[in-house]
Every structure is written in C-alpha cells, then in structure tokens.
Design a protein around this ligand. Sequence first.
Ligand code: NAD
Length: 477
Amino acid sequence: MRDHWKNFIGGRWVDGSNDAVIDIENPSTGQSLATIARAVEADVDAAVAAARACVDERALTDVRPAIRGRWLLDLSTWLEDHRAQVAEVLALDSGKTLTEANWEIDNTTTFLTYYGGLADKIEGRYIPLGGSITDYIVPVPYGVSAHIVPWNYPLEIAARGAAPAIAAGNAVVIKSPELDPLSVALLAEGAEAVGMPAGAFNVICGFGHDAGTALSTHPDIDQITFTGSVETGKKILHAAAESIIPAAVELGGKSAGIVLPDADLELVAEQTRWAIFGNNGQICSALARLVVPADRHDEIVDAVVAKAEALVAGPAMDDLDMGPMISARQRDKVAEYVRIGVDEGAMLATGGAIREQDGWYFEPTVLANVDNTMRVAQEEIFGPVVTVIPYETLDDALAIANDSPYGLVAGVFGNDLTDATWLADRLDAGQIFVNDWFVPAVEAPFGGFKSSGFGREKGQAAVESYIQWKNVAITRL
Ligand code: NAD
C-alpha cells in the first residue's frame, strides 16, 4: 500500500492544483491509510479540458470501434493480472472483505469484457424513403462523459459507466468517491498500461461539494452519469437541466422481497443473508424489506436471526463473513435508524448495536413485526438491517411492496409460479428477481423506477446513455 496517490488527467499523474490532499481511512481500524490528491475546481477544469482535447482530436472516433473494444478487453486482462493488488487496496480502503473485493473485481472485469465485445456492434440503420432519397441514422458519441461514483462499489460502478461510454466513443472524466477512491486510481493505471489515448480516461478524486459540483455544473461536459443518493441526484439533474445535457441517475432503493406461503425457509434465510448483510447492506439493491405471510412471520424471523447471529465480523483483510462499514458516520446513521425503528414499535429480533472495537462495525440486525408506514420501512438505511413486514393476502403483499418512494429491484420467493409471475407483472421496480437476489447479469438492463432514478446501466441498454442519433438524408439530384 503506497502512502500517497494522485489523480490521472490527460495521461499524466498529478497532484491537486493547490497541493491539498484527502486522508483516506482504513475502516477496519479507523486509522489513516493513505492520502490522495484532492481535486478542486481547477483540476476538474483540467480533466474536462483533457477529455475535450481527446474528443476534438478524434482519438476515440477515428479508430475502428474494435480498437476501443480492445482497450477495454486489455483493461480487463490487466485487472486480472493485478487482481491481488487491487483486491487488497479495495479491501483496505472500503472495508469489504477480500472475498467481497474479489467479487467486485469479477463484476468489473465482466463489464469490461462485455462492453469491449460490444464496441464494434453499435450500429446505425438505413431508413428506406423511396425515390431519390438515401437516409440513414448514425450513432454518435456525446463527447465528454462525466461519471460521479459512490463509495459502496467504487471500482465496479466506475467501470459500469466508463466501459459503455468508451465503447461508444466518449472520453470519460470519473470523479471517484472521497471515502474509498484507491481502486479507481488503480483502474486508471490499467487504462494507462493498455495504451488508451491521453485524455480518454481521466480519474480525479475530490469532495462532492467542490469537485463533484464543479464537474456536474461544468459547461464543457456533454453527458453525465451519476450513481448515489436521491438528494445528490436532484442536484445533478438541476445541473444537467441548466446545461441541457442528458443525465442517467442511478439512485437509492428500499427493495422488497415477497415470501409466498409455499417458499422454502432455508432459501429465504440464505438469500436474505446475502442480500442485506453482504457488503454490510451498503447496497442500493439490498433486500431491505422482507414481506412475509403473517402466519410464517415468526419462523422466518427465527431463520434469518440464526443466519445473522452466525456471522463473524473482523478486519477486511482477515476475510471473515463481514468487514466494517465504510465510516463511523454511516455506522452511526444505521444505529440511529435502529433506535427510530424500536421507538416506532418494531421488535429488535437480533443485533442493533455498534461493536465496541476499533473500526466501524455494526451488528447484523433484524427488525421484526415492522409496519410498512414506519420510517425504517420507508427510508433507505444503507446498512445491515432487514425489516420483516407481515402480510395477510397477496394483494396486501403487493400493496406493501409498492408502497415506497423507491423502485429499484424487488423479488419473490416461492414455488407457485402463477403467483410469482402475477407479482412480477405488478411490482413497481426496474428488476424483479424470483427465487434469487442479485442475479449478477451484466447482460440484463438495471435501473430504477420512481425515485430510484432513470437511465439504464448494464446490457445493451446502457449504450443508449452514451450515444445520440444523427440522421442523414441525401437527395440525389
Ligand atoms: P452521495 O450522493 O452522497 O455521493 C455519491 C457521489 O456524489 C460521491 O462521489 C460524492 O462525492 C458525490 N457528490 C456528493 N455531493 C455532490 C454534489 N453536490 N454534486 C456532485 N457530486 C456530489 O451517495 P453515497 O453516500 O456515496 O452513496 C450511497 C447512495 O448511492 C445510496 O443512496 C445508494 O442506494 C446509492 N447507489 C445507487 C446505485 C444504483 O445503481 N442505483 C448503486 C450504488 C449506490
């Protein structure tokens, strides 16, 4: 682990223009881990100018698209070759266990190979108009694509946006998250190593309120992809409206999983374990509300409690079941939500406490007998807390699941496919899982309904965020 990290602008590694740094903490210990150059407005200007120069030189658009694809494929190979180093850095600065860090690397390489392979398959179309007119439409990259990335999956989300953007021929400026930016800096090392043109792939780390604002309001960006909270998402959309540029916003969630009366208990408990205690529940699409038949409530709570109580937590590098949360602030926010839930009348079935040890650990928590109107059922906690909500009829279950400002994902557990598909048709969410959670399909579109945002990541759908269609009509004289 090196002591100091830099930003990558225009193919060069640079310190912040005012020499300021951000201290990166190791959440496993609460101790300082490293410093990284802190980008401020002047650095954002430099990164956007570098990306603009790359666009103006047509360094990404005069090459055959397969070459752009090759850079992404090579970046995936580079990441595989540097897996041990990247996993260690990601575990150390984010608090993910090594196993979780390796999953994130797996997902990242999958994004890179998928969009690497897609780069030369983004095609236009001929429109038959008859007579003497030749008409065709061409996919044209926007130009400078800005990416603002959250801390919960920094490497994966940086690649999830940058890979389709570059495949389509855009130059990217990525603002990495200020809490755990180091794996994204390593991704830039990979971009440099595989020979991407200078200015095609820029990575800067800075705080949201200065570098983030400077990037999202920058007059010379052509498109923005934001992943983060609803509150910040609104600011991004205001900025995009001012500049009249398209924005893809991937925001929060409070996703519900409906358990059917015939569901297998072990399946429900095991899926819940991964879907809310994995990554400490710091997952936009976490299974935050388990909606269960009232007459099975107690046995399901007992089964999930048993899973929670079996989990062993410790420093990320020890690779136990759970690492720490990202920060003391996030941990304390979760503790406060548990207090609110208990005050509202929820039953604390297990957990609920900060672990008294160095680092930012919180016990996996089950809140039972929750009513969907409670704040703990309506607001995103973003921590290892599952709320268990009883229902009487399938109509009630559907109403509970849909009674949320969010609509990122939803799920159904059970064997009755008639009921499962009836629910899948009616659940207000961008992705529905049946008998599984987080099916990790890069090929399938992902994104929210309602306040969970709009625009789609993953799959071929993501490319639509990075191209505009140009129509050419030629009249033969
Ligand atoms: P956040 O909104 O606080 O920060 C996200 C990013 O925005 C960070 O890089 C931050 O520096 C930057 N930022 C903050 N204020 C800004 C501003 N005024 N202008 C521009 N940029 C600014 O969110 P977070 O706490 O980092 O992430 C957690 C949230 O992200 C949760 O709500 C989670 O559900 C959501 N999320 C969504 C998805 C998805 O794909 N839908 C994926 C991961 C996380």
